[in-house]
Design a protein around this ligand. Structure first.
Ligand code: TXA
Ligand code: MG
Length: 341
C-alpha cells in the first residue's frame, strides 16, 4: 500500500473523512500526539489498528469525539464530576474513562465495561471526526513500544506502507499524550499524567487518587487499572540512563561516563558543558510545555543517529512536569541514578 501525506485542506479532510467512515485507517494530528484513527463503531477496522501497530489486544483504545454532547451516545451513568471535567477541559488533552454503552465494540474496550473518551482541541482532528461522521478510535500512531509520533514524518517512519493516509498538521503542540482519569471507580483515579495536572483536576472535582503505575515499574503480575501501563513504552533503541541530582553533579557524572557514540538528553544551556556524544536539548527546564513538546522527537533523533546509550537529565515530577517525567522514566525502563543519595 502507498502511504500519502496529505495537507489538511478542506478537500483532503473530506477524502480522509470518507476513508475513515468506510473503515480505512488514517493517521491524524491532535494537540498531544498523532493518532492512528479508525471508525470506532466498525470492529473489523479497529482490529486493523492493532495489527498495524503490533499492539497487544488487551490494551483498550480511546475514542475521539468532536463535541462533548456526543459523550452520552457512548457512555452511561455520567456523573456530575465527569460533567464538570468535560465543561472545564473539553475540548482538550483530557481523556475520561466512563461506563461504556453497548454500542461500543468490545475490541475498542478490550472487553472492559468502561470506555475512554476524549474530545481533542486540535481543529484538524475535530474536522476529521466531523467529516467521518463517526467516533474515532485512535491510539498514538507509532509502532507499539516506540516513542509516540509528534510529526507526520514520525508517523511515516513507523507506518509507511501500512495505511493509506497521514494528515499533516505540523508538529504537535503538547507532545505527550492526554491525561487519563477514570470516573468509573468510586473515587476518581489519575491513570496517566499529561498536560492537565492532578492539581488542576482536583480544583474542579476535589481529591483524586493517582495510580501507582505512574511512578513505579509494575511487576508482571500486577493487574493495572489501565492495561496500557504494564507494557514497555516510548523506548528508543538505545538504553536510557536517567541521571538525577544537583545540576553540577549531574553534568560531572555524565561528562565522566559519556562516550563519543552515546547520546545526551539535556536542557537549554547545557549543550556546551559536554565534550563528547550527540547532545540534544529538549528545552527550558523551567518550562514543562517546551520539554513535553520536544521529548519524543529527541528520542527519535537518537534512534536515527544510532547512539549506543543515552544519558538523560531528569526533570521535576510535580504538577505539569509529571507527564514528561513519567514518559522519560518509562522510556528508560525506570533506570535512574540518583547522585548524592
Ligand atoms: O493523547 C492521547 O490520548 C493520544 C491521542 C491520539 O489522542 N492517544 C493515546 O492513545 O495516547 P493510546 O492508545 O496510546 O493510550 C491510551 C491509554 C492506554 O494507556 C490505555 O490503557 C488507556 O488509555 N485506556 C483506554 N481505555 C481504557 C479504559 N477503558 N480503562 C482504562 N484505561 C484505558
Ligand atoms: Mg500509545
Amino acid at each position: 500500500m502507498k502511504t500519502l501525506i496529505l495537507q489538511p485542506t478542506e478537500e483532503n479532510i473530506k477524502i480522509a473523512g470518507k476513508a475513515l467512515q468506510n473503515g480505512e485507517l488514517v493517521a491524524i494530528p491532535t494537540e498531544t500526539v498523532y493518532g492512528l484513527a479508525a471508525n470506532a463503531l466498525k470492529p473489523e477496522s479497529v482490529t486493523e489498528i492493532f495489527s498495524a501497530k503490533g499492539r497487544p489486544q488487551d490494551n483498550p483504545l480511546i475514542i475521539h469525539i468532536s463535541k462533548k454532547e456526543d459523550c452520552e451516545k457512548y457512555a452511561k451513568n455520567i456523573s456530575d464530576k465527569a460533567k464538570k471535567l468535560m465543561d472545564k477541559f473539553w475540548p482538550g488533552p483530557l481523556t475520561i474513562v466512563l461506563e461504556a454503552k453497548d454500542i461500543i465494540p468490545s475490541v475498542v474496550t478490550a472487553g472492559l465495561n468502561t470506555v475512554a473518551i476524549r474530545c481533542p482541541e486540535n481543529e484538524i482532528a475535530r474536522k476529521l471526526i466531523e467529516a467521518s461522521g463517526v467516533p474515532l478510535a485512535a491510539p498514538s500512531a507509532n509502532i507499539s513500544g516506540k516513542p509516540s509520533p509528534t510529526s507526520a514524518k514520525h508517523v511515516f517512519h513507523d507506518l509507511n506502507g501500512k495505511i493509506p493516509y497521514i494528515i499533516d498538521g505540523g508538529m504537535c503542540n503538547i507532545g505527550v499524550e492526554s491525561t487519563v482519569v477514570t470516573l468509573a471507580t468510586n473515587k476518581p483515579i489519575l491513570l496517566r499524567p499529561g498536560k492537565i495536572s492532578r492539581e488542576e483536576i482536583e480544583k474542579v472535582i476535589g481529591d483524586i487518587d493517582i495510580s501507582e503505575a505512574v511512578f513505579h515499574k509494575m511487576s508482571d503480575d500486577f493487574k493495572a487499572q489501565s492495561p496500557g501501563m504494564k507494557y514497555r513504552h516510548y523506548a528508543p533503541n538505545a538504553k536510557i540512563i536517567v541521571v538525577d541530582g544537583e545540576d553540577e553533579d549531574v553534568i560531572r557524572y555524565i561528562s565522566h561516563n559519556v562516550a563519543d557514540v552515546d547520546g545526551i538528553l539535556c536542557f537549554d544551556g547545557d549543550e556546551n558543558k559536554f565534550e563528547k556524544g550527540l547532545i540534544i536539548s529538549i528545552g527550558d527546564k523551567n518550562d514543562p510545555m517546551s520539554l513535553s513538546h520536544n521529548l519524543f522527537d529527541a528520542l527519535r533523533k537518537f534512534d536515527a543517529a544510532n547512539v549506543s546509550k543515552i544519558y538523560a537529565r531528569c526533570c521535576l515530577s510535580s504538577g505539569e512536569y509529571l507527564g514528561v517525567y513519567n514518559r522519560l522514566m518509562k522510556a528508560a525502563g525506570y533506570n535512574i541514578i540518583k547522585i548524592g543519595e
